[in-house]
Design a protein. Sequence first.
Length: 247
Amino acid sequence: MLERLQKILSARGIASRRKAEEYILQGLVLVNGKPAILGQKADPAVDRIEVKGEVMEARKEMLYYVMHKPRGIVTSNIEKSPGKKHAGGNAAGSPTVRELLPLNLQGKVFPVGRLDKDSTGLLLLTNDGVLAYRLTHPKFDHEKEYEVETEEEITNGQLQKMREGLMILGEKTKPATVERTGKRNFRIALTEGKNRQIRRMCEKVGCTVKNLQRIRIMTLRDPLLKEGKIRLLTSQEKAQLLASVGL
């Protein structure tokens, strides 16, 4: 089936579609031995699609870090700006994820997805646009898991409603994996990330979130990583994470 080269390269995990366009314009993509042109289509089952060494070297320079985001920190790569609000309606002047990064990483890696200001837990930071797309676009159904503590005791019926899906923000949430861990505690694994989704789901069934922490992003876990700390992914973690999203 004929598809645009940008889509083929993106699906193969070589580059985002925008970056693929740059590679094509630079003459770094070949189709059946000839330089590709922007807008060209090919059939990956029939045509030989190649990228020159510079492209693959660029993939090797991708950076992958994990942070334990503390409460009160805005998930943003923008420095705080007095008098303005960050995306998501957070108060002006709130500290951001960017400020927790070492100076040598500020502006070089970006948070994948979002944890709201009052939530804590694992946050992936990378300059790999293809991985970010795979982890955040709902069509890929990639799991993130959370530990939740509620103000009130939560019933089995309330948990079941969250498993089955609820109407929030005008849409029904996808079915979720939910496991009780205490009278006021449960774990939930989502394959989507609507704005403040878990908090809204709890409100919908009549309870209030007290604490919310992300504990897993696909294969990535680190229960020992302390709040506010960031570290480089190990080679094994990187390989497992990329493989889990088909890269």
